[in-house]
Design a protein around this ligand. Structure first.
Ligand SMILES: CC(C)(COP(=O)(O)OP(=O)(O)OC[C@H]1O[C@@H](n2cnc3c(N)ncnc32)[C@H](O)[C@@H]1OP(=O)(O)O)[C@@H](O)C(=O)NCCC(=O)NCCS
Length: 147
């Protein structure tokens, strides 16, 4: 069975596999450790099947605003609605922690993620020029009001 639950420190090696397979400039494990253990605003979740973690999503909730820091599904498990399941869980948690709006940045070229976000009602709110340091790509800011 596929389940979503809160990320623990012990999940970080599996999360790093997802991270390295998903992003040109992956976070290091120390960053995840700080997010999981040392950041009171951070909420991180993993998606797993048979105790194997194959995706994660993180968000910060500050007062009534949620910001998605990252979401990724391992390439071997994409296209099976798992990203959607994980993102739905994250949005629900944001609401439960008092958020009334949610935002994120996404590469302008990342149409797969943008399509998923649009399914959740997120709309473009602006561009952050040259936001990504690896190739100078712009970020599209997307946001949604939460009910
Ligand atoms: C974005 C990501 C998390 C989606 O996860 P996923 O499990 O593959 O997505 P799902 O199967 O749940 O699909 C949900 C929706 O996303 C969109 N989508 C997913 N893959 C897509 C693709 N290759 N092309 C276009 N749209 C796509 C679709 O709208 C899809 O809904 P549909 O199946 O009804 O058409 C995944 O592609 C990923 O990890 N990408 C690399 C990391 C990344 O870019 N993260 C986002 C950073 S802002």
């Amino acid at each position: 069975m596929v389940t979503v639950r809160r990320m623990q420190k012990e999940d970080i090696p599996d999360v790093m596999d997802v991270e390295r397979a998903s992003f040109p400039v992956p976070w290091d494990s120390g960053t995840f450790e700080k997010e999981v253990d040392g950041n009171p605003y951070a909420h991180y979740f993993v998606i797993e099947k048979d105790e194997h973690v194959f995706g994660y999503c993180g968000l910060w909730v500050i007062i009534d605003e949620a910001h998605v820091t990252n979401i990724a599904i391992h390439p071997d498990s994409r296209g099976q609605q798992y990203g959607e399941k994980l993102f739905r869980h994250a949005c629900q948690e944001a609401i439960e922690h008092g958020a009334i709006q949610l935002s994120l940045e996404v590469r302008v070229s990342n149409t797969a993620a943008q399509h998923m976000y649009r399914k959740f009602g997120l709309v473009p709110g602006g561009i952050r020029k040259r936001y990504y340091s690896d190739n100078g790509e712009d970020a599209l800011v997307m946001w949604v009001g939460l009910k």
